[in-house]
Design a protein around this ligand. Structure first.
Ligand SMILES: Cc1ncc(COP(=O)(O)O)c(C=O)c1O
Length: 254
């Protein structure tokens, strides 16, 4: 049993918003291996180094036990969409004396929509934010980032689908926002993120991923967050450096 297994078996979750099931370390290990194989094959096909793509495990709606099962299987980066649920998990883990059993500290990424009056807990608890879509949010995150922590890594979310219902900055406005964010002292602008159209149309998806990749290249930023359970291969082919995978790791959300 690894130290992370010990943590997993001793921490229990309390949040009422978490309704999906925990995993076992065995299931977590199998699912992680299957995703690892998909990422490796996509990198091989695209002629890319495996180390150029990070896997973010999207644990929204899943309890801390499931996160710790994934951690025991070797996963260290976790993505969360819902603020209260994620703060519950992060603080519960921090408060547990067993957290020292984790071989590597977990890295938390906020990937959900951000309300301007909810920025403080994000600035205080997360390592990365993928969903910055306006300057006001970036300014508040910078002001509220505690001095004891390093600069908060941020990505600008780009609306590449053109759908009004989708969050994100219009592609034409990305450069100006990037320049403004780069002036903020407590943020480190690392790159761009996109959620493409909800479609099986590969041509459309490819066009949206490539639009984001072109912007990232122009801005000379190192991170491109795109690709989920169903489209991570295409995203890697188009240059993604961070695939955000939920369902294929944790199962269907209920
Ligand atoms: C922003 C974002 N990225 C990634 C995911 C993971 O998607 P999937 O479960 O299809 O892997 C989600 C899930 O809701 C999400 O909201």
């Amino acid at each position: 049993m690894t130290p992370n297994n010990q943590v997993s078996s001793q921490v229990s979750s309390s949040s009422s918003t978490q309704v999906s099931a925990a995993l076992s370390t065995e299931v977590a290990t199998q699912r992680l291996a299957a995703i690892e194989q998909r990422i490796q094959q996509a990198c091989d096909k695209a002629g890319r180094n495996r180390a150029s793509v990070h896997l973010l495990a999207v644990s929204k709606t899943f309890p801390l036990e499931a996160v710790l099962d994934m951690a025991a299987a070797g996963q260290t980066r976790f993505g969360e969409n819902y603020l209260q649920e994620s703060i519950d998990k992060i603080t519960q883990l921090a408060a547990s004396p067993n957290q020292a059993g984790l071989q590597t500290p977990l890295e938390w990424h906020f990937i959900g929509p951000i309300q301007s009056n909810k920025t403080r807990p994000i600035a205080e608890h997360f390592d990365w934010v993928h969903s910055v879509d306006r300057l006001k949010i970036a300014q508040r995150l910078s002001e509220q980032r505690p001095d004891r922590l390093g600069p908060l890594n941020v990505l600008i979310q780009v609306n590449t689908s053109g759908e009004d219902s989708k969050s994100g900055v219009h592609p034409a406005e990305v450069e100006a926002l990037a320049l403004a964010i780069q002036q903020l002292p407590r943020l480190q602008l690392r790159g761009l993120m996109t959620i493409p159209s909800n479609t099986d149309d590969m041509v459309k998806l490819r066009g949206e991923f490539l639009l984001c990749a072109d912007l990232q290249k122009k801005l000379q930023l190192d991170t491109l967050s795109m690709g989920m359970s169903s489209d991570l291969e295409l995203a890697i082919e188009c240059g993604s450096t961070c695939v955000r995978v939920g369902t294929a790791l944790f199962g269907q959300r209920t």
